[in-house]
Design a protein around this ligand. Structure first.
Ligand code: COA
Length: 430
């Protein structure tokens, strides 16, 4: 689609359409090609042959639902966001909060440069601080050698930019020195690029320290590659039929404080954020384990595991939410390049760079967090979640075709979303 063309992510009644109608509407809204539409529909696009080239011992393809979050406005641009996820109510919740956010100007995002860390572990030194100094003294040589392994990345403006040296004088295995290469990986996830560089510089590190290099590998605590999203919401925009805006705002602030101070709550709170983050990471063929590892390590960076988001009230009495987290996603390499649906997902969002994708992902994470906090702090999570989960229960009980929606609606109406009840309703209707 033409970069200058603006799309609207406000697709009225989208949820009530059939999947093929939704796909057509998405294709029209985003100017998607037939090939990309077919890829998103999952019509045999990831062939076994292709899958066999991706991992080992392949026997087939595992499929997952692909949905689209509507209503998102990010930095003034409307955007429709593909989400690959098995859990009900996630896509609905993200779309719900994005709808409220868009009336308040939407999400505002930013990011750091895409800098990844690679670690080189050195053991067998008796003067770890001296070794540190000697490594820092050899910085130019180390950077030059690292960059000699990826001339293309350097040509694109990336490459190894700096080093750090961390010392662990009292490790149980004797003093340990760990050098970090700080590498701007541009639009790559970067693992392969930084691992190659770390292996290439190891001999220099051994030479200057007199020690032995063991591990040479990236760190998933990508704390120099952060994406951020902010949303600012008026009290009125939060109000529902049952709850005032003030009540919802206080509920979200209390819920946040709970997650900030209590790791047991923080784990679940952050899981809720990842409910938004991971489906976009998966839909774009990125490494969700890397994102998960980075997220939780970042959440514990102060020594206490805590919330990844913050929720505050500003001077005008508006609710301000922020999310900042490591975001090691790429547009080139890996499944992002080999999976046709991942390519199509990137085109749906008109993604311009890896950092742009990272910003979209954190906006969804923030929306998801807010949706869960709003529900938890008011009516409870089960009302919205179970009403949508009821369709899964109906299917598990044996419902097919139109029976799925009918039985699910009945379960939700009765407030009794159980497989036994679904079976009973099915039998009654047969
Ligand atoms: N499908 C798609 N979108 C849906 C939806 C559905 N079944 N139900 C709600 N939405 C979204 C839509 O964007 C809708 O507005 P739009 O259709 O104009 O775009 C918006 O939510 C509001 O719809 P409404 O019917 O008023 O929603 P609701 O008040 O019944 O809320 C939930 C339903 C699920 C969105 C809400 O309960 C929620 O956010 N719950 C938390 C769910 C959660 O956090 N899940 C994570 C795992 S537990």
């Amino acid at each position: 689609m033409d970069q200058a063309q603006k799309i609207s992510s406000r697709l009225e009644g989208y949820r009530n359409k059939a999947p093929n109608e939704r796909l057509d509407q998405l294709a029209t809204a985003t100017g998607l090609s037939q090939g990309d539409s077919a890829a998103l529909a999952g019509q045999g696009v990831l062939t076994v042959e292709r899958a066999n080239g991706m991992i080992e011992n392949v026997i087939g393809i595992f499929e997952m639902p692909m949905g689209v979050a509507t209503n998102f406005t990010i930095n003034g641009d409307d955007i429709l966001i593909p989400m690959a996820v098995e859990e009900p109510s996630v896509v609905a919740a993200a779309s719900y909060m994005a709808r409220i956010a868009r009336d308040n100007g939407g999400f505002v995002t930013s990011s750091t440069l895409p800098v990844m860390r690679a670690q080189v572990q050195v053991i067998g030194v008796t003067d770890p601080f001296g070794a540190r100094s000697r490594i820092l003294g050899a910085k130019e040589r180390i950077i030059e050698t690292a960059n000699s392994r990826d001339a293309f990345l350097v040509k694109l403006g990336g490459g190894c930019k700096d080093i750090e040296v961390h010392v662990f004088p009292e490790s149980r295995r004797g003093p340990m020195v760990v050098m970090h290469l700080l590498v701007d990986v541009r639009d790559a996830m970067g693992a392969n690029a930084v691992n190659t560089m770390a292996e290439a510089v190891a001999p220099i590190v051994e030479e200057v320290t007199g020690g032995s290099v063991r591990l040479r590998i990236l760190s998933n605590l990508a704390d120099l590659r952060l994406s951020r999203a902010t949303v600012t919401l008026t009290e009125q925009s939060l109000a529902t039929k049952e709850f005032s805006g003030r009540r919802i705002m206080d509920g979200i602030l209390d819920a946040y404080e709970f997650a900030r101070i209590d790791p047991y709550r923080a784990a679940t709170h952050n899981k809720g954020i990842m409910n938004g983050v991971d489906p976009v990471v998966v839909a774009t063929g990125n490494d969700w384990r890397a994102i998960e590892a980075g997220a939780h390590a970042y959440a514990a960076r102060s020594g206490q595991y805590t919330s990844l988001t913050t929720w505050e009230e500003d001077k005008e009495g508006r609710l301000v939410g922020t999310l900042e987290m490591p975001m090691a996603v790429g547009l080139v390499g890996g499944a992002t390049k080999t999976h046709p649906a991942a390519q199509a997902a990137l085109r749906v969002m008109n993604v311009k760079s890896a950092s742009h994708l990272g910003e979209i992902i954190v906006a969804v994470g923030l929306a998801q967090n807010m949706a869960a906090l709003r529900a938890l702090a008011t009516e409870g999570i089960q009302r919205g979640h179970m009403a949508l989960h009821a369709r899964n229960i109906a299917i598990a009980a044996g419902a097919t075709g139109a029976d799925i929606e009918r039985i699910a609606a009945e379960l939700a109406r009765l407030g009794d979303v159980r497989t036994d009840k679904a079976r009973e309703l099915l039998e009654q209707s047969r």
